[in-house]
Ligand binder design. Structure first.
Ligand code: H79
Length: 585
């Protein structure tokens, strides 16, 4: 074997590197810088489309003729379907109507700027062509194509950030993945699953579909800190700009997820966060779930989330043919029409400099601008209190017309027409004399008042029966079921601390009074460390406010506060408008 002359090799290397003539290349951009840049883009984007699509779209909430309660993509778990049976769904999966152009057109029509789709959910089935497991859409179905190739390309063409959901911890198809207790023995060797499936599949996702905006992991629990660190390194080695969500586990994410469908009660700007949310009560397609959210509600929630500093990742669940349900399309296009006229007040904004008060208005900000979002029309007058910066000019965003106002002290009084400019959310643009709004003490986002209203509208609604009634701004149908119970949950994310008394504002018909209610304090999803109870009283159907005996103490680590009727259904149709927390001095 000929040996190479070392001098020749080094000359060759110098020529290849072109060291003599070209200017020095820019210094390499490190991972932290690229991640920070990606986070800024993510923050500006504000609104994304989540897509849950998999084999579970075939049973669509029904197994062997029986309705299965709960979120649709959990059907294998809830009905304890053996792997051997569930696997047979693959032979039927033939989504001939899948069309990446249609899906991404819908995302754009809705004003969504990124898209996250299930590459693999807890059922373990890969919705892309995986070499690491034959249990995938190309090798195991009559469809035989990889939809993610087209989807990634369509997103790239349209400038939509593209990301994959990947269930890294639960995998009900694998003996060593977490979650399947009905097929497999209790002992797990997570490393077998991690090494054999997770790492190779995540690598496939990172190398086969172009640049990824993010990978969305979910439900951590089994994997060790070392394994999660290795997973993070794998992602950042291939794509340093690819963001990781907090559900990768062990604090290794780049940004925070709130709980599913949970919006923080206040402005939260210590970290970047995102609310994953459903359009009905399921993520994966369920044919009988018609509990669609009102577009007015979604526009208000998008505004609420932007005002608090978050992103909104809103889900659609395409059916087994690859069609996004018609109601989802209609709702999203309505949201998109509002955004087409008012997107300036959402995209690229920063959180409200004011604390969030009530449910009828919100504020978002840009340099030298405040956007006042009027979610409920206040009539011909509206006062914005606590602004020290001079307002130069005010106009409606949707039509450019000037809005008359008077500023005296720290109050700005607007004169408004009798009817809203936009039925969902009329935005008033305030042009400021200074780049950053100065807000008076007592009104600032960090100045939480001594009375905090927890409106039903801002709660996470848990359970299939529970409903929000927009007209009466209240939640109802607190039906008692085993798991999950029907209840409201509010998530302070550190905004509340101290001892609080509680008032309840609700309406109950006289003949329906009498159930016990419970207000709980929960440091985690599985714990309740404090509770207050009382009886739902008759109010003759009118809204009344009642003090609840006792007090609760909230610490920075408490996850949520709940309201439920844990014992019986008698007062299930009570209309709960809000809890008011009153700080004890
Ligand atoms: O992908 C969607 C959900 O499938 C996933 N996260 C969103 C984005 C998710 N996985 N787990 N969870 C949400 C928490 C679910 C917990 C429950 Fe249950 C499932 C409560 C009721 C059904 C597990 C089974 C706990 C109790 C019964």
């Amino acid at each position: 074997m000929p040996t190479r002359c070392l001098i020749c090799v080094s000359i060759l290397a110098a020529v290849v590197a072109g060291s003599c003539s070209r200017p020095a290349p820019p210094p390499p951009v490190d991972e932290a810088t690229l991640t920070a840049q990606a986070l800024r883009r993510f923050d500006e984007n504000k609104f994304g489309m989540f897509i849950h699509w998999g084999l579970y779209a075939i049973p669509a909430g029904e197994w062997k003729g029986q309705y299965v309660r709960g979120i649709g993509e959990w059907i294998m778990f809830h009905a304890k379907i053996p792997v051997k049976e569930y696997e047979q769904l693959a032979a039927q999966f033939n989504p001939v109507k899948f069309n990446a152009e249609e899906w991404t057109q819908l995302a754009q029509d809705a004003g969504m700027r990124y898209l996250v789709i299930t590459a693999k959910h807890h059922d373990g089935f890969a919705m892309y062509h995986s070499k690491a497991s034959p249990y995938n859409i190309v090798d195991a179905t009559p469809y035989g194509k990889d939809p993610m190739v087209e989807l990634a390309a369509a997103c790239a063409r349209r400038g939509i950030g593209f990301g994959f959901y990947y269930s890294q911890d639960q995998d009900w198809h694998e003996p060593h993945g977490r979650g399947n207790t009905w097929d497999f023995p209790a002992e797990r060797n997570p490393q077998i699953y991690f090494q054999g499936k997770v790492l190779p599949q995540v690598q496939e996702l990172l190398t086969g579909y172009g640049p990824l905006a993010l990978i969305w992991f979910d439900t951590p629990g089994m994997l060790s800190e070392q394994q999660v660190t290795e997973l993070r390194r794998l992602v950042k080695r291939h794509q340093p700009s690819c963001l990781l969500n907090s559900r990768i586990g062990h604090g290794k994410g780049d940004y925070l997820q709130t709980s599913d469908n949970a919006i923080p009660i206040q402005v939260h700007t210590k970290v970047k966060w995102e609310v994953p949310a459903t359009l009905n009560d399921t993520w994966g397609y369920k044919k009988n779930d018609q509990n669609w959210k009102d577009p007015a509600d979604l526009i208000a929630k998008l505004t609420d989330i932007a005002a608090k500093g978050g992103n909104y990742l809103l889900n659609v669940g395409p059916d087994a043919e690859g069609v996004i349900p018609e109601p989802s399309q209609k709702i999203l296009r309505t949201v998109g029409r509002w955004l087409a006229a008012n997107g300036e007040a959402i995209f690229g904004t920063t959180a409200s400099p004011f604390y969030v008060d009530g449910i009828s208005w919100r504020v978002t900000a840009k340099p030298s601008r405040l956007y006042l979002h009027l979610l409920e029309w206040p009539g011909t007058k509206f006062r914005l209190a606590g602004l020290e910066t001079e307002v130069k000019q005010a106009h409606f965003l949707a039509n450019g017309l000037a809005v008359p106002f008077k500023q005296s002290g720290t109050a700005v009084d607007f004169e408004l027409p009798p009817k809203p400019v936009d039925p969902y959310n009329t935005v008033v643009v305030l042009t400021l004399a200074d780049p950053v709004a100065r807000v008076a003490a007592g009104y600032r986002a960090e100045d939480i008042p001594d009375r905090v209203e927890l409106w039903a509208w801002t709660a996470r609604l848990v359970g299939e029966e529970i409903r929000y009634d927009r007209a009466r701004r209240s939640a109802t149908r607190f039906v008692k079921v085993d798991s999950p119970g029907n209840e409201l949950r509010w998530y302070p994310y550190g905004a509340l601390g101290g001892e609080y008394q509680v008032e309840l504002t609700y309406a109950c018909e006289n003949h329906r009074a009498g159930s016990r209610f419970r207000i709980g304090v929960h440091p985690s999803n599985t714990e309740m460390t404090q509770s207050l109870t009382g009886q739902i009283e008759a109010t003759g159907g009118r809204f009344l406010t009642r003090r609840v005996p006792g007090a609760i103490t909230l610490g920075p680590d408490d996850l949520f506060i709940s309201f439920s009727l844990p014992e019986e259904d008698r007062s299930a149709d009570v209309r709960l408008q809000r809890l008011t927390l009153i700080r004890r001095k």
